[in-house]
Design a protein around this ligand. Structure first.
Ligand code: NAD
Length: 312
């Protein structure tokens, strides 16, 4: 496993990170045993960073992850969770909720400190409140020793840039913006780097769209995007290569991010993805898949308050 430094912090993390959203049954039911085995397999294969949120499965993912990590030496992994989002339409970015949320996450995750706490999907909130209330509350918790680093997450890159330009944060987590489908994160990385902010990448499989199984029913991408993804999966299948293999390899090779979080709810997917992440990249197949996805390259979908997607 390749390790990378989260710039500006003392955290070294595996280039392939474990995304725990599926442990909250986001992509289908995952029982405790299956989830635990996937976490343990990831650790065994050198994955050292885990990303979760109280939102995933309305706390279930944190509970399962906490149980799976019980007894594992706390110094051997980096734990990232979030505050602010608690349900599909349930947000609370207030300081009081932040303080309560962190205490609840600490209890569910069975730990005395969180390495990284991120404001979850900030584009759904008032960015002024995030800057003036949510992030200062997290900074206080950092000073109290409960939280080691502070970050932000969300889908529209302008919303992340807007807050990163106005507040001190250690990390920005962007998802679905560095994949076979969408490489727009690359345009924004210099903006964050200039401000000393490390970038974390998530969802290299475009939340299931870049898999043979296809996107889940709740996927927000326009139908044309999903049709092109299905065509890419068929092309790969005809060549005897899984689209997931190409997608994971492609994203993890991106050197400008510290890690890429992949959701992998079972042990088999963990083993496959770790194997694929550092294997050879089929350049010819990549070029052919690029052609299939070209009509929908960098297509996005609305997320959060429209005014938060305006460039800063
Ligand atoms: P993803 O792109 O990683 O895709 C996950 C889907 O792909 C799941 O259905 C999984 O079962 C499937 N999959 C994974 N490996 C596979 C394989 N080898 N073969 C077949 N299918 C495979 O999407 P994600 O899980 O939503 O994103 C990764 C992580 O990033 C999340 O779990 C979460 O931790 C983080 N994330 C954070 C935010 C945020 O903070 N706003 C948003 C999205 C994701």
């Amino acid at each position: 496993m390749e390790d990378r430094l989260i710039e500006g912090t003392d955290l070294r993390v595996s280039a392939l990170g474990y995304g725990a959203a599926p442990l909250g049954d986001v992509y289908g039911r995952v029982n405790l045993r299956t989830g635990t085995r996937s976490v343990r397999a990831a650790l065994e294969l050198g994955v050292t960073v885990f990303d979760v949120s109280p939102y995933y499965g309305r706390t279930r993912a944190e509970t399962v992850l906490g149980q799976a990590l019980a007894g594992v030496d706390r110094d051997t992994y980096t734990l990232a969770t979030k505050v602010g989002r608690y349900g599909t339409d349930e947000f609370d970015f207030s300081a009081a909720r932040v303080r309560r949320s962190v205490d609840e996450s600490l209890a569910r995750l069975g730990t005395g400190h969180l390495d990284l706490v991120q404001v979850h999907d900030l584009e759904f909130g008032d960015l002024g409140q995030v800057v003036e209330e949510t992030l200062p509350a997290l900074t206080e918790l950092r000073d109290a020793g409960k939280v080691r680093h502070v970050g932000i997450t969300g889908y529209p890159l302008p919303a992340l840039a807007s807050v990163a330009g106005r507040a001190r944060v250690d990390t920005v987590l962007s998802y679905c913006h560095y994949t076979l489908l969408d490489r727009s994160l690359d345009d924004w990385v210099p903006y964050f780097a200039e401000r000393g902010i490390a970038v974390l990448n998530a969802s290299p499989l475009a939340m299931g769209a870049l898999t043979a199984r296809g996107a889940p029913p709740w996927h927000p991408a326009p139908a044309e995007v999903l049709r092109c993804c299905a065509a890419a999966a068929e092309l790969c299948a005809r060549r005897g290569v899984a689209l997931e293999q190409l997608a994971v390899r492609f994203a993890v090779a991106y050197p400008r991010v510290a890690t890429t979080f992949v959701g992998m709810p079972d042990e088999e997917q963990v083993r496959r993805n770790v194997g694929w992440a550092f294997g050879p990249l089929d350049e010819e197949l990549l070029a052919d898949v690029d052609r299939v996805l070209a009509p929908v390259r960098n297509h996005t979908w609305p997320s959060g308050r429209p005014e938060n997607s305006e460039p800063p």
